[in-house]
Design a protein around this ligand. Sequence first.
Ligand code: NOJ
Length: 549
Amino acid sequence: MKNVIYQIYPRSFADANGDGVGDLRGIIGKLDYLKALGVDTIWLSPIFCSPMVDNGYDISDYRGVDPLFGNLEDLEELIACAKERGIGVLLDLVLNHTSNAHPWFKQALSDPTSKYRDYYIFRKGTDNSPPNNWRSNFGDSAWELDAGTGEYYLHVFAKEQPDLNWENPVLREELYSMIRWWLEKGVAGFRIDAISFIKKDLSFVSLPPDAPDGLADAQAHWVVYPGIEVFLAEMRNKAFAPYNAYTVAEATGVPHERLAEFIGENGYFSAVFDFSYTDIDLANGNWHSLRPIPKAALRDAIFNSQLAVSAAGHGAVYFENHDQNRSPNKYLAPNEICYESVTMLGALYFFLQGTAFIYQGQELGITNYPWQSLEQFNDVATVDQYQRALALGLSEQEALAIVSQRSRDNARIPMLWDYGKNSGFSDGSPWLPVHPDYPTLCAAAQDGIPHTILQFYRDMSALRHGDLAKLFFDGSFAPAYQEQEGIFAYRRALDSKTVLVVCNFQNNDASLELPPSSVLIGNKRSGLEDLSGRTTLAPFEVLVLLEKE
Ligand code: NOJ
């Protein structure tokens, strides 16, 4: 039973060797911090050898650690030291594509007759153009020319991330044996990247263009495409099941009706991430069309997701990760961001059914970075979205405002540890800028101090691991007080116990009829207080209540 998983973006967590980039020894040095936070598992974004075009999501050696992060011995030490503290380690499996610097791809190019050619998806073009007009997820055509043969290879993401050909059984066995190799090393499981993309519509039909560039969105032809279930079941049976590995999949596009197949009793994964409430601000999947989030729509999205997920299996509930901007900036107005609202947001998702995920820095209330120019960004997707916004006629200022709000680099700026140089992240020059609010946001400013966001997250984690752990992981979920505007509330129940979570998601008081209960956690009221009947909740007050039996 996983209760609280903490995601680490290794580049930005802690830099032990002073090169400006976080590393494994840096993480080892922070394990006690993670223990005190009360997490039972950590998930490391990719630490494998990579040219870092997409910061490690372009792997050139699945069994090697990139020297930027350390070496295999460091990783083994990290796994052992984490284990000593009762913390498991999840690695990030990127199976839809490799880097173009992977030896398989290099051989596929240098010797088109080698077996590695069929590890990837090569097709002939038509009239000196790519085989079809599909657009990659990072803009531009999804096909890149192999000048040596005149054929093109497919890439759902950047051109430096060629897609693997899952139709090839030999390739699949290579991947499964790599997975088993890591499980033999004692990792607890994996977060699995972009897994819904592994099966393609092999007709590769061109589509009606949806933009002036003549390209078209191809999601319907490569996201959860029919036949994917064969690959997923095989991977579960051959790689994960024999080790009872925990797996959480980034499975974009899985409809709620199919969740039982993905995460049920005999599902492909232990859990999947649902994007319905974290991408709710995207009007059409792009950052250049951000829309305001009506409260009622957000509540419906979270609760509908939870109803569907809890009926099928266990959830992986989260508000932040390395691809999202910071949750206070997404869900709150700038003038609403404060201790109460940020802790309320935390409790809103933390006690939902399944496993609660914390993304590094979320427990400190880190907000978006105040970006000033495009040159400050590192992320490939940010540059692409900026260009696409300009192409759609937005001004440079508007395009910058949009990517500043949504850029993945908001989550990737360095972790804020203390008052020292670079907030204790690095002695060198950090690869992304340090948030200027570090003197108030950093861990040192909050450690041991009541009424801080960090302390609130510690309290929430402790509650999730205490007597009620099973209730939070497994208990039933039911929305409550739905008729009351601005109130996000739900009940969790197991056996004879019922917990009621009430969030006053608005900047004014709310009056509610509460059942006889005692406060487990609150951002205004302390534990042990008893409540009953008509009660006034302060702006952004949250109450986690144990109802009297
Ligand atoms: C999803 C990852 O979370 C993201 O960071 C990455 O860019 C793409 N997959 C491609 O691997």
